[in-house]
Write a protein that binds this ligand. Structure first.
Ligand code: SF4
Length: 591
């Protein structure tokens, strides 16, 4: 353990001077640090532990030649107040990866909720439901597991602790640490106890530097460190831009017998327009609980779209409303999904670092599934790290084997044939459905002959209000007339209450809006301040400044559910989401 000194600069606005204090910042040396306790990293850490034991045993028994690794220090840092606090998914899990990780996962107590017994695919018009006579093969889930991913991660976190892995909840990773050659050497965790003006409070505790031979970033969709890393090391060079969707979800408790346990419904159509990627789900869980939600592509064109309002509208459809009648909403959450798939995956390695799970776009958008691919990516990262530890080489020369392992695994077999799926939807629903059918027949060739569909980043697709008049006319008042009756449909503030969000209000905002002048001048004219609509937690508000008479941006950061939509969808790319003080954010227990 080392200590080193750092300088904290803060500004006292009244007197306009800066002062500095010396911070004694602890340095802790570990072997491997995982950032984010999601399914990818939890599986990676467990697999790393068991693969090292297996490697050493094979050497002991003379079956394998090489160097033993022995005990190593593994750490997992997690910004949530407990493992699972910030984990949100539908979720229907394909058990392929967890079976490889832990063949007896059920006997060991993995908290799956129920087994899928029935699939349905519905096309929704404004008032009608058309039940597809045949469920498209990618949406067949019979035999898979409906579960709360938050619960599963909490359980995997316990398994990690039992295996001797250090799990640090309430430790947000604030920045990547590099050496002079841009090799990643660990991460710095966020400081605690800074007031909203940036001054240290009596409970001030500096973040620590966790130094590691290998750092694994598995922060989920639009990871804040992954974003820094990709920009600094050019990991997206030669790749298609990452594209995202947002899923808005509620858990409902229904009257007994209303919706069958084990039934999985996926919908297409209402309320999305045909140019917007979107669809809904209803999953029947145990004890008359249903998971219900709606996904909207964050590459929508119409700046008036509000993904939370889309979900509320979805619930008013007669086919959905009759399911919910007499029920009660018990939990709410929202999260982005890295939807682009194979072409949008960054370079997965650099000196000292690997990227896993949603941070690296491992989700299969066609199947709307990413837990199994995230876990498998983590396991392949773990196997790569075993090789790096054995040869004591943590440079790209050894870590590149991760990329090779991914391309030789079933991840490639699953993601490569659907590589053009999301790109097709950027051209509209009807052509995408034909295009996807041809892709299905040709193992992924767009329109049956083109190797690659081009993807456009969502913020570049958003049209200005002047250009989007067509949309407003088509859609009429669809965004202003959502009926928030507080029984079946809820406004954002009511929903946020059900996300269990908490942040200490006396801390700097973790939403860095780099130029608020743009919000008050250009954005109001050009896009009508879409942050007020795309944020599912009513964080952004344009409020009249009585002094100037103009509307200015107010950021209610304490509402934030950490979905990252603003960082992704802002058309000027001036919102930078950074980690708040550890433990702050939603409480998705059971989601
Ligand atoms: Fe999501 Fe940004 Fe709103 Fe937070 S502020 S809930 S990250 S859109």
């Amino acid at each position: 353990m080392f200590r080193h000194f750092d300088i904290l600069f803060t500004t006292e606005s009244l007197f306009i001077y800066s002062y500095k204090i010396m911070i004694e910042r602890e340095q802790i040396e570990m072997d491997v640090v995982f950032v984010g306790a999601g399914p990818a990293n939890l599986a990676a850490a467990l697999h790393l532990k068991s693969e090292i034991a297996r490697h050493d045993e094979l050497i002991d028994r003379g079956i394998k030649h090489g160097r033993k690794i022995g005990e190593i220090e593994i750490g997992i840092v997690e910004k949530g107040s407990f493992v699972g606090a910030h984990i949100l998914s539908g979720a229907v899990m394909d058990p392929k990866a967890i079976r490889e990780l832990m063949p007896d996962f059920l006997e060991q107590g993995c908290p799956v909720d129920t087994v899928v017994t029935e699939d349905a695919a519905w096309y929704l018009t404004e008032n009608r439901k058309i039940n597809a006579p045949i469920v498209p093969p990618p949406l067949k889930n019979k035999g898979k597991y409906i579960l709360s991913l938050s619960k599963m991660c909490e359980w995997l976190g316990e398994k990690c602790e039992e295996a001797g892995i250090n799990v640090f909840p309430e430790f947000p990773a604030a920045e990547v640490l590099y050496d002079e050659n841009d090799r990643v050497i660990g991460i710095r965790t966020g400081d605690k106890g800074i007031d909203k003006e940036g001054r240290p409070k009596p409970n001030f505790e500096p973040g620590v530097d966790l130094l590691a031979k290998v750092t694994v970033l598995g922060e989920g969709s639009r990871g804040s460190l992954a974003k820094q890393l990709m920009a600094r090391l050019g990991l997206m060079e030669g790749k298609e831009p990452q594209v995202f969707s947002i899923g808005v979800k509620e858990l409902w408790e229904l009257p007994a017998g209303r919706f069958p346990e084990g039934k999985v419904v996926h919908t297409l159509g209402f309320p999305s327009d045909t140019q917007t990627y979107g669809g809904g789900w209803v999953y029947g869980m145990k004890d008359n609980i249903v998971s219900i939600g709606y996904v909207t592509g964050l590459d929508y064109v119409d700046p008036n779209i509000d993904p939370h309002a889309e979900f509320q509208k979805f619930k008013t459809h007669p086919a959905i409303a009759e399911i919910l009648e007499g029920g009660k909403m018990i939990k709410y959450g929202a999260k982005t999904i890295n939807a682009g798939g194979y072409w949008t995956m960054p370079k997965l390695f650099a000196d000292g670092v690997l990227l896993v799970g949603d941070s690296a776009s491992f989700l299969n958008g066609q199947r709307i599934k990413g837990i199994h691919t995230a876990m498998k990516s983590g396991m392949l990262a773990a196997e790569t790290i075993v090789g790096a530890l054995e040869h004591e080489d943590f440079t790209s020369k050894t870590l590149r084997h991760y990329d090779e392992k991914v391309n030789l695994s079933w991840i490639y077999d699953e993601l490569h044939p659907v590589r053009n799926f999301h790109g097709a939807f950027q051209k509209g629903r009807w052509s995408a459905l034909i295009n996807s059918g041809l892709q299905f027949l040709t193992k992924g060739l767009a329109w049956g002959f083109m190797p690659k569909e081009h993807h456009v980043a969502g913020h570049e697709r958003m049209a200005k209000l002047t250009e989007s008049g067509k949309w407003q006319t088509e859609n009429g008042s669809r965004y202003s007339n959502v009926p928030f009756d507080k029984e079946y449909t809820f406004d954002k503030v009511t929903d946020v209450f059900h996300a269990g969000v908490s942040h200490d209000e006396d801390q700097p905002s973790h939403l860095h809006v780099l130029d608020t002048e743009i919000c008050a001048t250009r954005c109001v004219e050009e896009y009508g301040n879409p942050c007020q609509r795309f944020c599912p937690a009513a964080v952004y508000e344009m409020e009249e400044n009585p002094g100037t008479g103009r509307k200015e941006l107010k950021v209610n950061f304490s509402n934030c559910v950490h979905c990252k939509t603003c960082d992704i969808a802002d058309p000027y790319q001036i919102i930078n989401w950074v980690t708040p003080e550890g433990g702050g954010g939603p409480n998705y227990k059971g989601m």
